[in-house]
Each structure stands twice: as C-alpha cells, then as structure tokens.
Design a protein around this ligand. Structure first.
Ligand code: S3P
Length: 436
C-alpha cells in the first residue's frame, strides 16, 4: 500500500485457503483477565494489532507482566493493580479503554485514561455511569469524553439494565465487580457477545446466566478470584467477513477461511449472507478456549436484498460496513434496522458508508436508525476515492468493493487497518486480490 492510501482494482476469482488474525474481543480480554489472575497465563494466537498492543502496554502500566515469547505467543502474570506512572493511552480502542476502566475500578488506585482523536470523541458515560453507581470516582472531560480520571476502590453492587446491548458496558461492570462481594448483575434485553462470561469461567470465576422474561440476566457468582489459564484465540469473524464477502462478490471465487470463531452472538453476518443467497459452509465445527470455531468455505454467489431485523444488530454490529458492500452487489433493496450505534464507532460509520456508496454509484440512504441500500444485482461503477475517516472497517469494506467494481476504488487512509487486521493486503493478495 502506497503511503497511507490504498487502491483495490478489479481482480480475478479469489481462490485458496487462508487464516485471518485472531479475535480482537477475545485478545483484549485474555490480556486483561491474565493481568488480573494469580499465576501466569499462556496465550497463543493473540492478535498483535495496535489496539491489543495498547492493551498489553496498559496492563503493564498497572503492574502486570505481559511478555511476547514468539509471534502470537504471550505470557501474562497478574497481580494487584497499582496506579500507573503516566496516563493510559488506549489508542483507537473502545474495547480496550472501556474494559480497562472497569477492571481498574476495583483497585485502590488512580489512573487517567486517554486515546487517539477518534477515541477521545466517543462516549464514555455509558461505562462511567454504572462505575459511579458502584462507587468509583470518575471525572470525564466535556460531554463524558476522554481523558477520564478514575479513582477506584472498594465497590458496591449493581443491577444494571444494558439497553444498548453493549458487551463493552457489560464487561466493564463484570470486571469492576470481581473484587467486590456485592451482587453484580447485568440484565440484557438483547444479549451482547458473551466472551467475557466465557473467559471469566475459563479463569475459574463463577458467572451465572439466567434467561428471564425481561431478558438475559448475567450475574457474578461467589467465586470471583481468577486463576491463570491457558488460552488459544481463534480467528476473528469480524475480520473473516472481508475475504468472505470479497469472494461472494467476485465471480468464480472459491475460498476457505480456517479456524474462525462462530459464537452465535457474533454470527449475525453469516445468517444474513445466507438469507441473501450466499453459498457458505461451516466445516469441521469444533471448540477452542470455550468458543465455537469452524472453517468457513464460500463460493461466489448471486445475492438478493433482504431485511435485517434490529434484533440481529448486536450479533453483527461491526459487520454493517461490509454488509452494505454485499448489499450494493445484491439484486434489490437491503434494509438494515436498528443500527444507530454505528454513529459512535471508530467513526460515524453510517455517514461514512453512505458517502462511500454514493461516491461509487450506489443509491443508499438512512431513515432514522435504518440504513437502506439499493443493490444493482451486479458490479458498481466504482472509480472513486473514498474517505475512510481513519476507520479500519470502512477502509477494508471499500477496498473489498474495489475488487469487484468496474473501476478501481481507493481509500485515503489504510494504516488503521493494522488495528484489527495486520497484513490485510498481503492476506488478500495471497488469494488473488489486487490491493496496492
Ligand atoms: C466489543 C463490543 C462491541 C463492538 C466492539 C467490540 C467487545 O461494542 O462494536 O468492536 O469486544 O466487547 P459495543 O459494546 O459498544 O457494542
């Protein structure tokens, strides 16, 4: 990729077998839980994207040891967290900062949290409000933004209704509650990804889950101390989404992405693509560190527009940019409901998707929290330079679009792709994609 810009050009059929980098959500959690646990946790296949490296630096600043023994192989030794000497800079990562603030809140320490231009624009109140209820002292910058100064300590209990279906909010509360004996409960009218629950159990912590008339109730049990674990992190479905959609829209493609995590609370895109007519097969289904994993085989397929219900949004919240690309190639209209949260991700993703699609000759618009894309049933014109707004998933989505459009598509900034998918251009190149 030349400088920060990247260009994707019409490519031949995409063929081969690849792996994608490890799951970002699990990687953050593995480092944070390892840093809270007694003993030494071994992690293999950790995502070494910048977001996760920032979390590794953060847990070190809190007093844990986090060492890289070989590519993807890490050892983390936990202990009591202490006040870090300087501000904790979480870079671009909302997951990193929100989970770290939760974890730190249970300790007798003071810390300042900050991040890059994008992260300092994102709302933190959603996590700070429940942490305050639990007794942490927090001071945010204007509008509930970073930098945030947090004073942790002995916390009390909480019963929190997670109306945003946010795993980051739920996880921050659960992590804050680990050093308290009080009742800590999160009620989820719509369940969000449950990697924190699964991984806490792998570290020996009791997490109870009850299906109630009001939704899923997640509760910390009595046993809350963590003991070191051995973890292997599977491929990230949110990263697999890019080569999979690229193969679907590039005629003649036949691709397998190996070892992808397929937790049902992350699999909304796969359900949607199947409804659109995608030829997707889930092979060799197995389990890795408590999570369902499969090899996903895909063949290019004619797609049709569908209606995506709001209830599905939590299970595919990071996948709407790439779904919008699939929708542009599909025959007919795709309507995606309940996706207002896209406005407060690494960029305003709704605005970025709409501008990029318009530049590439696709009609799309928003109606409240609904995104509507009129698909062409064939390749768009392309030929545009799309603004990625320093957002990795916007950049990858429009590069994928360029692979099967009539004319090349460039994105103005592609460096941020490394936050979640280091080696994206190389991996895509290995199956025939032309990205430079
Ligand atoms: C994540 C949760 C989601 C998702 C993010 C990762 C996590 O955010 O968008 O990329 O690892 O918990 P929300 O909790 O804000 O929905």
């Amino acid at each position: 990729m030349a400088g920060d810009q990247a260009t994707a050009t019409a490519s031949p059929a995409l063929r081969g077998t690849i792996e994608v980098p490890a799951d970002k959500s699990m990687s953050h959690r593995a480092l944070i839980l390892g840093a809270l646990a007694k003993g030494t946790t071994s992690i293999s296949g950790l995502l070494e994207g910048q977001d996760v490296l920032d979390t590794a630096a953060a847990v070190r600043a809190f007093g844990a040891t986090a060492e890289r023994c070989a590519p993807g192989e890490w050892r983390v030794t936990g202990g009591a967290w202490r006040s870090p000497p300087t501000a904790i800079d979480c870079g671009n990562s909302g997951t990193g900062v929100r989970l770290l603030m939760g974890a730190a809140a249970g300790f007798d320490l003071e810390a300042v949290f900050t991040g890059d231009r994008s992260l300092t624009r994102r709302p933190m109140d959603r996590v700070l409000a429940p942490l305050r209820t639990m007794g942490a002292e927090v001071e945010a910058s204007e509008g509930g933004r970073l930098p945030v100064r947090l004073r942790g300590g002995r916390l009390c209990g909480i019963h929190f209704r997670n109306d945003k279906a946010s795993a980051q909010i739920k996880s921050a509360i659960l992590l804050a509650g680990l050093r308290s004996e009080a009742a800590v409960e999160v009620l989820e009218p719509a369940p969000s990804r449950d990697h924190s629950e699964n991984m806490l159990r792998a570290f020996g912590c009791d997490v109870e889950v009850e299906e109630t008339a009001d939704g899923r109730l997640v509760r910390l049990g009595r046993q809350r101390s963590l003991t070191a674990a051995t973890l292997q992190i599977p491929g990230d479905p949110s990263s697999a989404a890019f080569p999979l959609v690229a193969a679907l829209i590039s005629p003649g493609s036949n691709l397998t992405v190996r070892s992808v995590m397929v937790n049902p609370l992350r699999a909304g895109l796969f359900t949607t693509l199947a409804e659109m007519g995608a030829d997707l097969r889930f092979l060799d289904q197995r389990s890795m560190s408590g999570e369902a994993v499969a090899d996903i085989a895909v063949r290019s397929s004619p797609l049709r527009g569908v209606e995506v219900p709001a209830e599905r949004a939590p299970s595919m919240i990071d996948e709407y940019p790439i779904l919008a690309i699939a929708a542009a190639f599909a025959r007919g209209r795709t309507v995606m409901h309940g996706i207002g949260e896209l406005r407060v991700k690494e960029s305003d993703r709704l605005a970025a998707i709409l501008a990029g699609l318009a530049a590439c000759g696709i009609e799309a618009w928003e109606e409240g929290d609904t995104l509507i894309v009129d698909g062409l049933g064939g390749p768009p014109v392309g030929g545009a330079k799309v603004l990625a707004h320093d957002d990795h998933r916007i950049a990858m989505s429009f590069l994928v679009m360029g692979l099967a459009s009539e004319r090349a598509i460039s994105v103005d900034s592609a460096n941020m792709i490394d936050t979640s998918f280091p080696g994206f251009a190389r991996t895509m190149g290995s199956i025939g994609a032309r990205i430079a």
